[in-house]
Design a protein around this ligand. Structure first.
Ligand SMILES: Cc1cc2nc3c(=O)[nH]c(=O)nc-3n(C[C@H](O)[C@H](O)[C@H](O)COP(=O)(O)OP(=O)(O)OC[C@H]3O[C@@H](n4cnc5c(N)ncnc54)[C@H](O)[C@@H]3O)c2cc1C
Length: 385
């Protein structure tokens, strides 16, 4: 390839929200000779481009809430900073509890979120029913609602960062598949791609669900499991109001939010097997549709506009992995376990801090290191959908 870069001061693998945000934040701090490699023909077509776009403060661990406290205002300021509208719609997330265990968990989570300054409300079953007149939630015992939660547009975020990074001199390549990483003396030396080899001393693995494969190229085992998740959208449904919240029936991992003038509906298959298959499982789609119609009968008359599947990048404690590995110069920003889109902005910034200052300053994520898995320091997140 003509003009293929021969060297990189920092080489980023992956052009999803993590890689794009890291490239932007590093370039903004003045780093020259950054190369970002994406194997597909467009940026943001991995997990980021297939995600539901949900952004929320409502998590069950302090660290995830804290990441949201830093990341969501960055989405809020995105247009001002990068000139691209991120399509942030704040219609709130309404999580619904239909059994006592979930109610206890919700009470605990709301108290913790309130302590951190997040104004989540705890709702009674009757309040849930009142707020969701189009839905059938006779069995709702409680709910939680936070008005600043909502959705943003994944493509706008990725391309906002990529375009701004390019303007600051970052070399961003599509169709550049990383096929090998040379390590010698315990240090990164070069990265091999289908287009050629690039010498570098610093690699950031931001390959999302494929991060485990990239880790293996450097001889680093990563406990990241790719797991298929899917959803469908409907044609316009006039009955659904513009302020319809992102509703999650927690016990079923079933969710609904407005998408254009219709709805986006998704559900997690508890029997899904790990793997890289991104085709829609039509049998499970029927299960999803039936459960959705039970909750929202008007879906019976809806028609499907589109459907797709993508991969979660699951770690054993459903928290991301940030930072160093035993291979010098091989860094990680991955393993976001199905809720990373919303933490992309702050995560790229955190990686720029680690690389340039040697420590995380915006949020202390040092406990989310790779070593926690072998040292048994796992932090479980309950609010995974
Ligand atoms: C169905 C679904 C719904 C979701 N819903 C939400 C949600 O509502 N809210 C939320 O916050 N998160 C959600 N997520 C999770 C979110 O999408 C991810 O956590 C986040 O996008 C991860 O970003 P990433 O940049 O790490 O990964 P990706 O976007 O997958 O980017 C990694 C990139 O690396 C590239 N790559 C991989 N291997 C190589 C290689 N060898 N060489 C070169 N390039 C390579 C890939 O092609 C890919 O583009 C959802 C995910 C899915 C699948």
């Amino acid at each position: 390839m003509k003009n293929f870069p021969q060297t990189a001061d920092i080489l980023i693998i992956g052009g999803g929200v993590m890689g794009a945000s890291a490239a932007y934040h590093l370039a903004k701090r003045g780093v020259k000779n950054i190369v970002l490699l994406e194997k597909e023909s467009h940026f943001g077509t991995g997990a980021t481009g297939r995600c539901a776009g949900g952004v929320r403060y409502q998590f069950s661990t302090e660290i995830n809430v804290t990441l949201s406290i830093h990341s969501l205002p960055m989405i809020e300021r995105f247009k001002e900073e990068l000139g691209q509208d991120p399509g942030y719609h704040k219609y709130g997330y309404l999580l619904v509890a239909t059994n006592e265990n979930i109610v206890r968990e919700f009470e605990h989570n709301v108290a913790m979120q309130n302590r951190l300054g997040v104004g989540t409300e705890l709702l009674s079953g009757d309040e849930v029913r009142k707020r969701l007149p189009l839905m059938r939630f006779d069995d709702a015992l409680a709910g939680t609602f936070h008005h600043l939660d909502g959705t943003a547009d994944p493509n706008s975020l990725v391309m906002g960062y990529i375009n701004a990074a390019q303007k600051m001199g970052v070399r961003t390549l599509t169709g550049a598949d990383v096929i090998g990483i040379t390590v010698s003396g315990g240090e990164i030396r070069s990265v091999k791609t289908n287009l050629g080899e690039i010498e570098t001393r610093l690699v950031l693995n931001a390959a999302g669900p494929w991060s485990g494969l990239v880790g293996a190229m450097a001889g680093v085992h990563l406990p990241i499991t790719p797991l298929r998740r899917q959803m469908f959208t409907t044609n316009p449904l006039r009955e659904v109001p513009e302020d319809f919240p992102f509703v999650i029936d927690f016990a079923q991992s079933l969710y609904f939010h407005r998408e254009g003038e219709g709805l986006l509906v998704g559900m997690s298959n508890p029997n899904e097997k790990p793997g890289f298959d991104q085709n829609v499982d039509e049998d499970f789609e029927l299960v999803n549709l039936e459960s959705a119609i039970e909750r929202m009968p008007l879906l019976e008359k809806a028609s499907r506009a589109s459907h797709w599947a993508g991969l979660y990048e699951i770690t054993p404690d459903a928290h991301p992995i940030y930072g160093v590995t035993d291979v010098k110069g091989f860094l990680l920003c991955t393993g976001f376990s199905g809720h990373g889109f919303m933490h992309g902005p702050v995560s790229g910034k955190l990686m720029s801090e680690l690389i340039l200052d040697g420590k995380f300053s915006s949020v202390d994520v040092s406990m989310l290191d790779l070593k926690r898995f072998e040292e048994g320091r796992l932090i479980n997140e309950y609010n995974v959908v």
